[in-house]
Ligand binder design. Sequence first.
Ligand SMILES: Nc1ncnc2c1ncn2[C@@H]1O[C@H](COP(=O)(O)OP(=O)(O)O)[C@@H](O)[C@H]1O
Ligand SMILES: [Mg+2]
Length: 143
Amino acid sequence: MNKIITNSEQETFNWAKNFARCLKGGEIIGLVGDLGAGKTVFAKGLADGLGVKNTVTSPTFVIMKIYNIKNQKSKIKNLVHVDAYRLKSEKDIIAIGADEYFERKDTITIIEWPENIKKCLPKKTIYIKFKIQKNTRTIITQN
Ligand SMILES: Nc1ncnc2c1ncn2[C@@H]1O[C@H](COP(=O)(O)OP(=O)(O)O)[C@@H](O)[C@H]1O
Ligand SMILES: [Mg+2]
């Protein structure tokens, strides 16, 4: 378990951007934490680190957004950003076709509220927990 504390949105963004460097392709990352915990901020930082040029916004209403990565040097070609907040079961995620991206070698998948679709997520899913304190966030990774 690894625990870090960030003191601002920018710090969380930067931490995620840095975290993106150790991704190889095919990873699924579940972001666990309450509303306002910084999950979307993390997704934005990760996207930046992966070389996504588009503006990343919360997919709460559309459920899933796919960003293209046009970096010749990287094997990672897509970032899939899912917000499962409004989903009730695995069936919903299968209905929108998100599961087709899971584990694709050229894709990183990031999922907010993974608890809602836990059954269809692979065992190797990397879970990151966010805890809210007043002006800080504690980010807990598995190793
Ligand atoms: N240390 C921090 N890390 C990330 N966000 C923070 C931090 N401190 C305050 N915030 C604020 O908390 C909110 C996090 O929003 P967001 O990332 O959309 O949350 P979530 O997606 O988990 O619902 C933002 O308004 C951000 O400015
Ligand atoms: Mg969010």
